[in-house]
Design a protein around this ligand. Sequence first.
Ligand code: ZN
Ligand code: ZN
Length: 364
Amino acid sequence: MSLNEHKQRLKRLREAMAKARTSAFWVSHAPNVFYLSGFTGDSGGLLVEPSRATLLTDSRFTTQAHEELAGARIGVKIVKGPLAAAATAELLGRRFRGSVAFESARVTVADSARLRKGASGRIRWRGAEGWVEALRRVKDAEEIAEMRQAARLASEVLTEVIALLKPGLRECDVTAEIEFRMRRRGATGPSFETIVASGPRGALPHARATTKPLGRNELVVIDMGAILRHYCSDLTRTVFLGRAPARIRRWYRAVKEAHEAACQVLRPDARAEEPDLAAREVLRGYGLEAAFIHSTGHGLGLEVHEEPRLGRGQKSPLGPSSVVTIEPGVYLEGLGGIRVEDDVLVLPSGPQLLTDAPREFLEL
Ligand code: ZN
Ligand code: ZN
């Protein structure tokens, strides 16, 4: 992360803090700590004040913290032993009086009790939800470049693996092949457990891959994504092993049209529910609305599920240069599922697809 980007991010957070009249914010959710500081350790937190920021971590991360924060104007404080909320609170208690915000949706009940006890009444903890997450909705130029790469990697791997599919291969063989190939291209891992669901198992939107062999004349849903330099991709394709009956081709056409309709309404000022309404409208026309049992998509970035959720009742605008997935699907018990998912960058000039594996119905 360049120093300039990170300075901008802290500046935006401090503006939000000033608006909320908070003089200090204890950021502990690892992706948020990384977003603001560049620190990749999985233990620690960032204390943001109006004119300084301090990373607190434990001695296992001393070298790493100094390396990753080199040049950034962020102090490093090593807390003795594994970083405990109590030690942090005590330290804060020595430095502050009054109100300190913390990420209430990210802290366990036990840690929240330790925070309170450690500061022994000198600090008034104040819950803050989604402050950094709101900033993360808007991707900066550097993030967009990284996400393009992560999306391209997933597209290449999935395109290659689809060409290998044949009856008899087991679902777990396919996931292994996908994850092997993504790591060979530099991914640090899958952004979630790779889904390969064949035949009737495809009717479960989040099916885990099993040892079931892919059968002839079955639908196969593959939902996968890679983490490349911290950024996630998320991509789904559905293929048919054999020559598909007309009704399956019609269902696929419905899902693809729903996908296109949802993409078409993506713009920074669109409400987050708009793509969902558009996708549902198309599926209703095919009599398949009841078979679409999840929301149309989600934000994507350092985490695979981020703000916003593209579902009914979500009124907030998508925001400029947000990255979201569009993933309508139909699920028919006993028969299987069809889902088509892409990652899309939302620009004022219109949506830009980041994933580019073939989208037409493949009968293999
Ligand atoms: Zn997915
Ligand atoms: Zn998704």
